[in-house]
Design a protein. Structure first.
Length: 445
């Protein structure tokens, strides 16, 4: 739900943050993949890998490239550590498959995020990524690179069936983890680190319940397909090419996915779903999407525009840091009119906040430069500005990026018009053209 009259300006993550995210993705994925590296597929190669939740999470939060590079590097590290040398099978198959799969995952969600698209991206990219890995591993690595006699003597049809079976095995063992665990991680990140989570992801994560039918079908349909495949490998000519372990895998995974789908559809609550109490509490605070926001100004001739700016800050933030220009800073600004002393402006500001019951949520501090606390690494998540001062907010984010800090969300309100539709400003009030409510004053003859 968009806030009326507010434009949420999405900023790109600074390069330093993306670099750190890429490194973290690679390290966590390598650790997770290695921890299950000795659990093979029914065909004796290809490992059980629930660690795909790591690049799935990073693709959602940081976009395609950190997840793609992190997944490619992480899988190469895990495979190479397992084999004790730089493993060519990983380089030829797992690296390109992981890179393409998770780049596509992040690309789909970066364009537009919703939980429906998350489910779609999970199914599509796990299929494509695993398909690439399986076919490259069998045809390129086993047959062409190693010239393994066991595989060289197989017909293309049998090799294709083997690659397809491996793809299916990876898919059905990865999908439940991505759909059940990753949303939990995304929601936790949106609540704990809102300043680095894309606005659309944060909005859907904190405001919406996950679509029950969509997640249910995402489990149930693949589950039923696995059961059908299991029956085919048991009662058709495919049986001679399918190890008993693979047949058991098809039945077991099919039943497991189907049961999960039914449980979700019938209303069973999983970790990533909120209880009614949690939902009520969350909905009550949805308009306050930030823990701490900043707003600043001279606030001379405290007028209708100032009030609108401040009330928007309290609407979107639980706690508001208000920078009030000091007398020394006002002199540096060289305003074209006189400005009331700091103490007088401070008194008017406090009176307004107290009258609206928000003084206890405010922290007023003297502003000695255009930036105040916004260039520190503290807890400020957003800055509220008028359309006139929006360029200053963009400048602040550029400076934050240069310091390796994440950008602030920029909440922009339109200028409040006077009776003649020209923006209310202190300058016009000081010149006697309008009053503090924007009403036109009679011009003296």
């Amino acid at each position: 739900m968009a806030l009326p009259g507010v434009t949420m300006v999405e900023k790109r993550h600074p390069a330093s943050l993306l670099t750190m995210a890429t490194s973290m993705c690679a390290v966590l994925y390598a650790i997770g993949a290695y921890s299950t590296a000795y659990i093979p597929s029914p065909w004796g190669f290809g490992q059980f890998r629930p660690a795909v939740i790591v690049p799935s999470f990073f693709a959602t939060i940081f976009g395609p490239m950190p997840a793609a590079i992190g997944a490619a590097v992480g899988t190469l590290i895990a495979d190479s550590v397992k084999h004790g040398y730089l493993y060519p099978g990983s380089f030829l198959a797992a690296v390109p498959g992981n890179f393409i799969g998770f780049y596509l995952f992040g690309y789909i969600l970066k364009k537009k995020f919703s939980w429906g698209r998350f489910v779609f991206a999970s199914n599509l990219t796990l299929t494509i990524g695993n398909l690439i890995v399986a076919f490259l591993y069998v045809f390129l690595f086993k047959v062409l690179y190693l010239s393994d006699p066991k595989y060289v003597t197989m017909t293309p049809e049998v090799l294709t069936y083997l690659s397809s079976g491996l793809t299916i095995w990876w898919f059905v063992t990865m999908l439940p983890f991505v759909l059940l665990v990753t949303p939990l991680l995304i929601r936790a990140a949106a609540a704990a680190f809102p300043s680095i989570v894309p606005e659309a992801v944060k909005a859907h994560s904190l405001r919406e319940e996950l679509p029950k039918t969509t997640f249910s079908l995402a489990m149930l349909v693949p589950g039923l397909i696995m059961i059908v495949v299991g029956l085919a490998t048991t009662f058709t000519s495919l049986a001679i090419y399918t190890p008993l372990g693979a047949q058991i895998m098809f039945y077991g995974s099919g039943i497991a996915l189907s049961v999960l789908g039914v449980l979700i559809h019938t209303g069973q609550r999983f970790l990533w779903q909120r209880t009614p109490a949690q939902k009520t509490k969350g909905d009550a605070n949805m308009n306050r999407r930030f823990k701490v926001v900043a707003v600043g100004g001279t606030f001379d001739e405290f007028h209708k525009g100032h009030r609108a700016l401040l009330m928007k800050a309290f609407e979107v933030g639980n706690r508001v840091l208000i920078g009030l220009c000091s007398d020394d800073f006002v002199k540096k600004l060289r305003k074209p009119h006189k400005v009331a002393p700091y103490d007088e402006r401070l008194g008017e500001l406090k009176s307004f906040l107290s009258g609206h019951g928000v003084l206890d949520r405010a922290e007023i501090m003297a502003l000695h430069d255009p930036y105040g606390v916004t260039l520190s690494s503290g807890c400020v998540e957003a800055i509220v500005v008028s359309r006139e001062t929006e360029p200053r907010a963009n400048e602040i984010n550029e400076k934050r990026g240069a310091k390796g800090l994440p950008p602030l969300r920029v909440v922009v309100i339109e200028m409040v018009p006077a009776e003649n539709h020209v923006s209310i400003s202190t300058t016009r009030i000081r010149r006697g053209k309008i009053d503090r409510e924007g009403r036109l004053l009679k011009t003296r003859l």
